[in-house]
Each structure stands twice: as C-alpha cells, then as structure tokens.
Design a protein around this ligand. Structure first.
Ligand code: TYD
Length: 218
C-alpha cells in the first residue's frame, strides 16, 4: 500500500506534482527509491506539500490483489495489459488523482510507460491498442516528470541474477529486455520534456548525483 512520508498542511495548495520511476528489471530503481523519496520530500516541503509513495501494479487493495495475479500467473498478453490498466484505473481514481487535487505530490514506482515498454515492447502488443487504453484510463493525466533508469541489457542481467527468486517478468529473456528497453527509449524521444534519463551503470554515488540534478528541476 502507498504510504505518506512527510507532511505539511495547507488547504489552498496548488495541484501536486506527479513523478514516476521507470526502467527495466535490474536497473536499480528499487535501490534508489527510499533515498530519492526522502530528498523529494524535502523538496516538496519547500512548497508545503507532502509526498505519497506508491507503485504499480498495486497501490490500492484491489491493485495489490491484481499484482499477485499479474506477477505469478501466465495469461494472454492482452489480458495482462487489460489487468495492468484495470489496476491503474483504480489507482488513479482512489489514490493518485485525489492526492494531486489535494496538493500532495505522488511518487509512483512505475506507471503507464511500463505497460508500453513491457507489454508493448517486450511482448509485442499493439501500441495503438495500448494508446486506446491509456486514453480511456488516464484522459489527460500524465506524469510531470518520469525518471528512467537506463543501462545496457548485460549489466541489468548481471544484477538480476544476483537478486532473489525472479518473478514472471524478471525471468524473461535478454531479447525481451532489449525490446523493453528500446520501447522505453523510444518513448523518451517522443516526450523529451517529460523524461529525465539516468545512466544507471555507475556506482550509487554517481546515480545519486544525477538524481540530485533532477530534483533541482522539480
Ligand atoms: P516492480 O514492482 O518494479 O518490480 P520489483 O518486484 O522488482 O519491485 O514491477 C513488477 C513487474 O511488473 C516488473 O517486472 C515490470 C512489470 N510491469 C509490467 O510488465 N507492466 C506494467 O504496466 C507495470 C506497471 C509493471
């Protein structure tokens, strides 16, 4: 479930900022999440806002039930995309949109770019069909900033192989992740104003320096 990490009260706050983190499995997103969240909370506090941290698939009780199914069960690729968007609809309606309207900032570990990258790029689902679902579920809602942790496929593979027992997505082939990464990068080229690309190869300190630079723009 989502949790609130810092607080500030002001009834007349402007609409909050929506920030998402993306990247292929093994890119190191999870390693940096807590640190980034803490720094983002400091940043938000300057504007009397608090940060709500959440994730996809998940972020709501229904979303977490769907996550269990999505990460464990084999299914038709279109069923998978539909469930991702179903979980997202609930997430937007019950958590993301109310928070942004209140003036809170929302930090989501993955959002729609992951569906385009994994189900579109990785599994080869029609991008046009995904766009229809995106429009249906989100309307005009888009993240204000998406941080993409990017690194070569072999480096991500090495990191994944050190990790715990892989879920359905983490055990995909390098070819799958090559297509997934390519779709992420294609999306950054389509919306450069929204994306900040992190070179995730380096040690933690180098990645943090890049994240610091992004924080200054928020
Ligand atoms: P994530 O929670 O980032 O993985 P981790 O368990 O390492 O914290 O994401 C879970 C998996 O779900 C990840 O492999 C990517 C996949 N995914 C999709 O395939 N499509 C989507 O739309 C989303 C949000 C996630």
């Amino acid at each position: 479930m989502a949790n609130i990490v810092s607080s500030g009260q002001n009834e007349s706050r402007p609409r909050g900022k929506f920030i998402t983190l993306e990247g292929i499995d093994g890119a190191g997103k999870t390693t940096h999440l807590q640190w980034f969240c803490d720094r983002l909370s400091e940043r938000a506090a300057l504007q009397a806002a608090r940060v709500i941290v959440t994730f996809e698939p998940g972020g709501t009780p229904l979303g977490e039930t769907l996550r269990e199914i999505l990460l464990r069960q084999e299914m038709h690729s279109e069923t998978e995309a539909l469930l991702m968007f179903a979980a997202r609809r609930e997430h937007i309606a019950t958590l993301i949109e109310p928070a942004l309207t209140r003036g809170d900032w929302v930090l989501s570990d993955r959002f729609t770019d992951a569906t385009f990258a994994y189900q579109g790029g990785g599994l080869g689902l029609s991008i046009d069909k995904l766009r229809v679902l995106e429009q249906w579920v989100q309307g005009e809602l888009q993240p204000d900033c998406t941080v993409l942790f990017d690194l070569p496929i072999d480096a991500a593979h090495t990191r994944r192989s050190r990790a715990r027992i892989p879920d359905k997505f983490e055990s995909q082939s390098d070819d799958f992740f090559t297509r997934t990464r390519a779709e992420y990068l294609r999306r950054t080229a389509q919306a450069p104003e929204r994306f900040a690309i992190i070179n995730a190869v380096g040690p933690i300190s180098t990645v943090r320096e890049q994240l610091e630079a992004i924080l200054l723009t928020l």
